[in-house]
Design a protein around this ligand. Structure first.
Ligand code: DHB
Ligand code: FE
Length: 281
């Protein structure tokens, strides 16, 4: 039986990639953020997951405003990294796990989540940055991936309640998988940030605190606001918290926080890194 070994949540600000590339991790601006990573790296080195189910959002690389799946599940043998315009170095291609992808797709559709199945998919900074943070400079990624894209870009967005339900359905799918892989759940993006418009630069530590304080023990608390109320509190891009909510659902009913780091600003973003552990029922 597959085992979910933990949930790794982190922001995916592209400038983090630039800072790693320049070796600026210990600069005063960056250090408080990078200080959040060693515990995650230690947990990964100890727990050695085989496959990661990754909830993130596409930023106009695979999908643009004219064609936008609400929930897109990758079922490719591999996923190349591409840069949708940030000037980032390209990271290594990620090996896929098509058999597990198809199992999750079949289970989700059976569970009445009508997902878009993607036998080709690129991955952008929302996936590459968190992986480079977790395994900096490795020769080859030590893990296969099943990427799940959530529309946080083109309205109407899925509700937080629906997104948590999607994550819980992924948890049931993993529970019914016959393999014995160790599975890491990853949620990327957030926390509060707004990149454009009149509120560009907006961040909201008190809403972030609310999300972080409830993520493990009471994720349903994050689903009571409408999408517009989440945008109001988190910013237009802070609605990437949907990725975290789905990932929390994929951990199962009970979870506890093992590690938390929160720091702002990183670029235009209130950045956080969290590790949650599922608790046996
Ligand atoms: C930034 C944050 C994001 O989540 C993103 O996708 C792009 C940029 C930022 O703060 O610069
Ligand atoms: Fe983003």
């Amino acid at each position: 039986m597959a085992e979910i070994i933990g949930g790794y949540f982190t922001s995916h600000v592209p400038a983090i990639g630039g800072a790693m590339h320049r070796g600026a991790q210990q600069d005063p601006y960056w250090q408080p953020f990078f200080d959040g990573l060693p515990p995650v790296r230690e947990l990964l080195a100890r727990k050695k997951p085989d496959v990661a189910v990754v909830f993130s959002n596409d930023h106009g690389l695979n999908f643009f405003l004219d064609t936008m799946p609400t929930f897109a599940v990758g079922a490719a043998p591999s996923y190349a990294n591409a840069d949708e315009g940030w000037g980032l170095p390209l990271y290594k291609t990620f090996p896929g796990h098509p058999a597990l992808s198809w199992h999750i797709i079949e289970a989700l559709v059976e569970d009445e989540f009508d997902v878009t199945m993607c036998q080709k998919m690129l991955v952008d900074h929302a996936l590459s940055i968190p992986f480079e943070l977790a395994w900096p400079g490795v020769e080859a990624w030590p893990i296969r991936i099943v990427p799940i894209g959530i529309n946080t870009v083109q309205h109407p967005l899925p509700s937080a309640r629906r997104t948590l339900a999607l994550g819980r359905a992924v948890n049931r799918a993993i529970a019914s998988w016959a393999g014995d892989e160790k599975v890491l759940i990853v949620g990327t993006g957030g926390l509060s940030h707004q990149l454009d418009g009149a509120r560009a630069g907006f961040m909201n530590p008190s809403y972030d605190q609310f999300c972080l304080d409830h993520l493990a023990a009471d994720p349903d608390a994050l689903t009571r606001d409408s999408i517009h109320d989440i945008v109001r509190q988190a910013g237009t891009q802070g609605v990437e918290i949907l990725n975290w909510i789905a990932a929390r659902g994929a951990l199962g009913e009970a979870a506890q926080e093992v590690h938390r780091n929160y720091h702002l600003p990183i670029s235009n973003t209130a950045a956080a890194t969290v590790w949650l552990e599922p608790e046996p029922a």
